[in-house]
Design a protein. Sequence first.
Length: 230
Amino acid sequence: MISNNDMSKAITAEDVLRRIGAQLNKYVSNINEVKDSLKKNDNIIKNFTDNVLKYTESQADGNITAWFFNGIPSLDNEPYILFDKEYIESRIGDFYYNRDTGIIYVFSKINEEYFWKELEDKNLSESLAIANSESDTADNKRNMFIDIPFTPYDVGDIWYDNGIIKRCRCSRSEGEIQLSDWCLQSDYSDTFVLLETTAILNQFQETVGKDYVSHSQLEATRDSILGVVE
């Protein structure tokens, strides 16, 4: 005959809530880390936008591009050799960040001659240095549109739309712009996401707690019945 001591004991509601509580704390901590990271990213984008906007008056097509390469720029290396020469005028005002030295240059034109002019702007230099470390500059560039964006555009590109910062969340190599490809920069760090997630987890905790109270009571009743039967 099996004794009561050999039978597995039911897990109490307190045991379950203690375990779930530990998991909840871990989840909320992770969410907070993501939220903090997104806030930091928001500041990076805003800083980049504020510093680049000062130089957008010379842009003929409403787009300014910051390029990130190693070495001193010239007319013999990237990104100049990548430029469509038919629209070379639209590249005037583009920035070049030298990853080796941190020096920035601006694409310029004087007397029909194109060249990269070294630019001394500490704030812009720091902004580009930070942008250089972001994953969305892996393609060696970041675009900022001050007019309606046009293709091609990539994830991480910025659209300064009448004072509102929008960010590209879906790359498009050709065709017309799709507004769904762009979202408000603030959408990346909406605090309601954190609040809703926390609320769901708390509700889960409460529901599981109640369920296990009932389950524990049923287990105790079953043990009592089995004891009597034995």
